[in-house]
Design a protein around this ligand. Structure first.
Ligand code: GDP
Ligand code: GDP
Length: 434
């Protein structure tokens, strides 16, 4: 289970430059393959083998030039709530500004690791100037230059050192569900409908990270854990309907779950904010069920549901093999179906195909549709297998893995989905040399 690191600071200090440097290139490539480059402010990184998630909080504020101080304060407070460590970035070019002092004031009270990064330290003169940042009262600082990476190694060493040990993933057979979506979609109502009366709550299981709590439920004959309902309890604190808040709140819950129930308000539709949450779950390789809530409020004609569904599927291309369920928490319509489906998706995600069975199905398909020749080379796929990973990954062994192109990869993915039920589950395909 990974740690979450938030980068805070006022606009233009270099947060996104730093963020882009740390985010693994591999991920960017994967995104461009699927044509998906949605949320550029959240990504995975690792340093010396230690993985963590990185959030560029500033990236969520658009038109950041005329940003209000109060907004930065809220941003910082939320980062303090949700992150395991905070990188506070300032700019040696401008020196300390009142806004920096403001942020420092908030951060001095925090009992989570705070690392002060003084950016744009491109030369020795600036290195000398950086010393003024001691005045922020945050102790040691790290002079860095995000554009060329200098100093970032020391900063990351200190970050890894300061991160709380993330405990090993809990050995639980129970599905872990996260109910996510933008404010007012009906998440709390859904959870209430789901858990019904208190007697259905079995236990509070201490979560795998310090402040996330799994709550175990037994309902409709299903047992499952609800992940990070703490986020919902804390909800009253932040009412703002900003993308930043809903995404940030979703990150931890998504990372800690097996299946995300992405709830949307039928009247608002599958808008940008929900899409961000959807792709966040997809990129984290979580199972996904889309719940279109408040269906009672929609005027329905013959094709309303079909068209609504088709519109969502267009938005989630190429990962369209996802259940979409139209529910009304108010009238209790299909709430049971939603949970039943989520359990099914959990099973799909945990499924392990036997190598023999997988080859028996896939090899004849490959025989009939071999990878097209590329640069005059013929790729011969010899065998394939599902890898023993927590979520579905498949390896295809061949003579020239580097010559397999993306369209063929998608072809294989479609065939796997057609032959074996992996509905609602992102799958990963590798080509390896044999
Ligand atoms: P953000 O608003 O905090 O995300 O800042 P950006 O990453 O967009 O950077 C703001 C400006 O500072 C851009 O023009 C960057 O090229 C520049 N910048 C970022 N890092 C450095 C650095 O290490 N040295 C210098 N000289 N400029 C930098
Ligand atoms: P959350 O912010 O996502 O947790 O949303 P809430 O559960 O607080 O619900 C927001 C509002 O939508 C509340 O007034 C609910 O009563 C209402 N609501 C939730 N589900 C439904 C539904 O299925 N139909 C209708 N008409 N209203 C709903």
């Amino acid at each position: 289970m990974g740690n979450i690191v938030a980068i805070v600071g006022r606009p233009n200090v270099g947060k996104s430059t730093f963020f882009n440097r740390l985010i693994q290139r591999r991920e960017a490539i994967v995104d461009s393959v699927s044509g998906v480059t949605r949320d550029r402010h959240y990504g995975k990184s690792d340093w010396n083998g230690r993985k963590f998630s990185l959030i560029d909080t500033g990236g969520y504020i658009i038109g950041s030039d005329d940003i209000f101080e109060a907004e930065i304060d809220k941003q910082v407070e939320l980062a303090i709530d949700e992150a395991d460590a905070i990188i506070f970035m300032v700019d040696v070019e401008t020196g300390i500004t009142p806004m920096d002092e403001d942020v420092a004031f908030l951060l001095r009270k925090v009992d989570k690791p705070v690392l002060l990064a003084v950016n744009k330290v491109d030369n020795n003169k600036r290195l000398a100037n950086a010393v003024e940042f001691y005045n922020l009262g945050l102790g040691e600082y790290f002079p860095i230059a995000s554009t060329n990476g200098s100093g970032t190694g020391d900063l990351l060493d200190a970050l890894i050192e300061a991160l709380p040990e993330s405990e090993a993933e809990e050995e639980s057979e129970l599905p872990r569900f996260a109910v996510v979506g933008r404010p007012n979609a009906g998440k709390s109502s859904f959870i209430n409908a789901l858990i019904g009366e208190d007697r259905y709550i079995v236990t509070d299981v201490a979560g795998t990270t310090r402040d996330s709590i799994d709550t175990k439920y037994n309902r409709f004959g299903f047992e499952f854990n609800l992940v990070d309902t703490a986020g919902i309890r804390r909800k009253a604190k932040v009412k703002e309907d900003l993308e930043f808040y809903s995404v940030m709140r979703s990150v931890r819950a998504i990372e800690n779950c097996d299946v995300c129930l992405v709830v949307l308000d039928a009247q608002r539709g599958f808008d940008g904010q929900v899409q961000n949450i959807f792709w966040l779950a997809q990129r984290n390789r979580k199972g996904i069920v889309i719940l279109v809530n408040k269906w009672d409020l929609i005027d329905k004609e013959t094709n309303t549901l079909k068209e609504y569904e088709a519109n969502i599927r267009r938005e989630i291309e190429p990962f369209t093999d996802v259940p979409i369920i139209f529910i009304s928490v108010l009238t209790k319509q299909r709430v049971f179906k939603a949970i039943e489906t989520a359990v099914q998706i959990f099973e799909n995600r945990s499924k392990k195909l036997k190598t023999r069975e997988f080859n028996d199905v896939m090899l004849p398909i490959i025989e009939n549709n071999p990878p097209p020749a590329y640069k005059g080379k013929y790729v011969k796929i010899k065998f394939c297998m599902q890898l023993p990973t927590p979520q579905p990954q498949f390896a295809f062994f061949c003579n020239l893995p580097q010559y397999v192109r993306d369209p063929y990869k998608r072809f294989l993915e479609n065939k796997i989905r057609k032959e074996f039920d992996f509905s609602g589950v992102p799958i990963t395909i590798y080509f390896r040399k044999k």
